[in-house]
Ligand binder design. Sequence first.
Ligand code: GLA
Length: 520
Amino acid sequence: MEWNWLMSERASVRSVIIVLVVLVSAIAATVVLAQQQTTDSPLTGNWVAPSPSNDGYVRKTYFNLKQEGAKISGTIRATQFFYTIKESTGGPDGFTLIASMQDGKSERRVQYEGKLVGNELHIGRRARPDAPITEQVAQRAPDGEGALPARIDPPALHKVKDNGLARTPPMGWNSWNKFAGRVDDATVRAIADAMATNGMKEAGYVYVNIDDTWEAGRDAQGNIQTNKKFPDMKALADYVHSKGLKLGIYSSPGPNTCAGYEGSYGHEEQDARTYAAWGIDYLKYDWCGARTLYTDEEMPAIYQKMGDALLKTGRPIVYSLCQYGRLDVWKWGADVGGNLWRTTGDIRDTWDSMSGIGFRQNELSQWAKPGHWNDPDMLEIGNGGMSDTEYRTHLSLWAMLAAPLLAGNDLRNMAPETMAILTNAEVIAIDQDKLGQQGKQAWKSGDQEIWTRLLSGGATAVAVFNRGKEETKVLVKWADLGLGKKKNVRDLWSHQDVEVAGAESSVMVPGHGVVLLRVK
Ligand code: GLA
């Protein structure tokens, strides 16, 4: 019995040893194989390059690479983009990747250049072929980290009920044009202070809108968090409301915003509830990261989702669609609950950008109506890139277009002339006319254009634009504008009634300038 036991003990010791030997050799073989793999194809793997912002939010670029001999394939995920590598040259000591993604109807291509330095990947891209490379340092990341989330199919389309807001084009301020990623709580409060006291509020500007870069990640329950720049959004909303103003915020239907911050993807209702709980009055919803998961044709359903979510909160929240005018958004923006929709790419503070956008809006006039507006983007008035004459054209043109008037400059210290332009009550009255009819081009000859806009009470706004550089005389033939019998004319920039006798008037219009008239 005892002997037997001893025998079986010896047998089990032996089998344990055998199992151990097998295990150890298996592990050793795996290690050798893995080593061989990293030496044969050291670029293979998931790499992450973090770029921290001063607000505590860390944007991460993921390079998920597979190296097979001289070929590198895989994907690159950066801010709002997700690229597939199409071509590669070189190897660990220096390589170039050409990657591309489908963005609506167009293809986006990027080129990255990199090399392996020890255990790090030094990799970067040039903004232009002749620009210096902006290098990032990537470390190995666990498999799957940074992968695109699974696609949630868009809902079936239905008509979202009108929220009853924005019966005239929204007016206010937005942080992006002047402050971009530098906007913070203190700045927003100071802007609200300025707006409430410097005449802007009296002129009709109400919304104080925070654009991109306020976001952090999400908590364990999936609630969106604010980053260091915005310690307490509810307190900020209370403050802005205490000034008799309203607070706006920004997000994206994608996993990431344009600046690469956290988007609302998969959290639409939850985010809408958070905004309502904070006391938010306006949402700008920017396509950006959604392009990694959806086609342009799916935009209406995706925008409808947030339209529904906002309505469901029960709080009046103006809904601003920002998808750069793709898929003829003016034809469906109102149906998905939109109060306004961007009709173009981003404005810049230059004459070419502003006038290019503004004068291109002629075809869209039929789609604007109370509650639902074409949005040719925010104002650049006072940002310094144009002359005051050009800024007067900017406001006049936006007023003729019944466009939202969102100042984009630093309202805390404005030149008197900037202030006078932004608060010209007679021009604002054109923009805010309750008939809500967008103006149209009525006449054009070379660089000179006359636009008209029908106003409530039978008046008409007439804008004589000179897109040329030199001061020019323009002959206004009243009958051609359908204004033969109307002769009560007021100049809305000189604030004077104008004597008009006869069928024609000649007006001198400065280069890049405007003469804006109200005719009754
Ligand atoms: C896009 C929008 C801009 C602004 C930025 C923020 O470019 O068109 O108006 O919101 O994103 O990242």
